[in-house]
Design a protein around this ligand. Structure first.
Ligand SMILES: [Zn+2]
Ligand SMILES: [Zn+2]
Ligand SMILES: [Zn+2]
Ligand SMILES: [Zn+2]
Length: 87
């Protein structure tokens, strides 16, 4: 039986949807492995993040963030800002 590729200890029960690693139940988050879950976009929860939001520090993917100079801001923070500016 395959062994979890993250902890190398427990038998693997699922395959990560994103990276294809076989992981055990403890290293599984939804249909992702623990490593990918940490790198997944915090806004859509489906795509891998490419940057960290400069305001809230959460990982964001290409489509859920907007570039602001050198930084990237997530859609949630853009929404908060838009509300603050709208009167
Ligand atoms: Zn494991
Ligand atoms: Zn993975
Ligand atoms: Zn996203
Ligand atoms: Zn943010």
């Amino acid at each position: 039986m395959a062994v979890c590729e993250i902890c190398g200890d427990l038998p693997a029960t699922v395959t990560c949807r994103t990276c294809g690693r076989a992981v055990c139940g403890l290293d599984r988050v939804g249909d992702l492995c623990g490593a990918c879950a940490e790198a997944i976009c915090a806004v859509c929860g489906t795509r891998l993040s490419i940057a960290v939001c400069a305001l809230c520090g959460r990982p964001v993917c290409r489509s859920c963030g907007e570039r602001r100079g050198l930084a990237r801001i997530c859609a949630a923070c853009i929404g908060v800002h838009a509300m603050r500016h709208a009167r």
